[in-house]
Design a protein around this ligand. Structure first.
Ligand code: NAD
Ligand code: UDP
Length: 337
């Protein structure tokens, strides 16, 4: 199949491009490099020995997307394109709503105009909200989000579901990611955050490499075994392989399926720090600080639907995630620059 990856030069998109190419699919990437670099795709080509059709452009630019779709005629779109920094979304809500929702509408409209009927969407565990106790199951009603980023995901899910009601030939796979970390085992591609990282693992690796002085663990007084929050960390290559399965599932599917991509195994913030130190033989300075507003104590997936419907299950361990994150960071201390 030929797959258009909107936002495909980013962290998850670039790893998914590798997995798709290795599975024998063709890959087209559209990205405006708002949070990425074309170098990621050059390295995808180098790793796989295969070509990617790479387009610089904005997924909110209807003419650009339509021209591309008419020329490439993809069988399926994977929609990664979006802004994802939670704190920034609180400061700049309109920018987040504009970009994230507009990319979704523009992609859906261009698909309708060119007869493309398959879309896989990057959603998030954040849509379960505080109302649902872990493990999060796809049949749970969505909850209330604590920030505009989360609301964009919730709204985009709704838009995609409504589009599938109106067009019975449309296939929508809503993938709810838990916490992707790690990097391709080669250390050639990985997560490349701009500025101060918001997420735990890039912060840990930047402390380890000496770019930041110490990690602040947000809260040590939660009602969890070691007092720090529990999350479902998933290796980005497992996540990438989940997308290959989702695209192949979508090929013979219509309607909407919501599927969690997680491991089902929760780990604490201190589990991450300790495993990272042990696996890599490197110290990570940290201190326990105050809680971060909006953080839920425990979030992890019920991962059984992905196994049943996609025949997919995460294979890589927390040690693999910590080793590969460090391998990427130490070989690329300044990311793709
Ligand atoms: P990323 O920022 O690395 O990738 C997103 C890509 O989209 C970037 O390359 C960016 O330049 C591009 N982009 C943004 N707006 C665009 C636009 N208007 N037109 C074209 N390209 C645009 O983020 P990621 O971690 O790879 O995440 C991919 C998707 O998965 C995002 O939608 C994100 O919200 C979602 N997600 C990520 C996580 C996570 O922890 N990384 C968790 C849940 C969901
Ligand atoms: N966290 C932390 N210090 C940091 C960043 C994150 O203690 O500098 C914690 C955060 O409180 C959460 C976990 O690490 O419990 C994962 O946070 P992240 O932002 O990576 O993902 P989230 O699950 O919040 O989307």
């Amino acid at each position: 199949m030929k797959i258009l990856l909107a936002g495909g030069a980013g962290y998850i998109g670039s790893h998914t491009a590798v997995a798709l190419l290795e599975a024998g699919h063709q890959v087209v990437v559209l990205d405006n490099y708002d949070n990425s670099s074309p170098e990621a795709i050059h390295r995808v080509e180098e790793l796989t020995g295969k070509k990617v059709s790479l387009y610089e452009g904005d997924a909110t630019d209807h003419k650009r997307v339509l021209d591309l779709m008419q020329r490439e005629q993809p069988d399926c779109v994977i929609h990664f394109a979006g802004l994802k920094a939670v704190g920034e979304s609180i400061e700049q809500p309109l920018r987040y709503y504009r970009n994230n929702i507009d990319t979704t509408l523009t992609l859906l409209e261009s698909m309708a105009e060119t007869g493309c009927k398959k879309i896989v969407f990057s959603s998030s565990a954040t849509v379960y909200g505080a109302e649902n106790a872990a493990p999060c199951h796809e049949l749970m009603p969505k909850g209330s989000c604590t920030n505009p980023y989360g609301w964009t995901k919730s709204m985009m899910e709704q838009i995609l579901q409504d589009a599938a009601v109106a067009d019975k030939d449309l296939s929508v796979v809503l993938l709810r990611y838990f916490n992707p970390i790690g990097a391709h085992e080669s250390g050639r591609i990985g997560e490349n955050p701009r500025g101060i990282p918001n997420n735990l693992m890039p912060y840990v690796t930047q402390v380890a490499v000496g770019k930041r002085e110490k990690l602040t663990v947000f809260g040590g007084d939660y009602d969890t075994p070691d007092g720090t929050c529990l999350r479902d960390y998933i290796h980005v290559m497992d996540l990438a392989e989940g997308h290959v399965k989702a695209v192949e599932f979508g090929a013979n599917h219509t309607g909407v399926d919501i599927i969690n991509l997680g491991t089902g195994q929760p780990y604490s913030v201190l589990d991450i720090v300790h495993t990272f130190q042990e696996v890599n033989g490197i110290k990570v300075n940290y201190e326990i600080g105050p809680r971060r507003s909006g953080d839920l104590p425990v979030v992890y997936a019920d991962a059984s639907k992905a196994q049943k419907v996609l025949g997919w299950q995460a294979k890589r361990t927390l040690a693999d995630m910590c080793r590969d994150s460090w391998n990427w960071q130490k070989n690329n201390p300044d990311g793709y620059e």
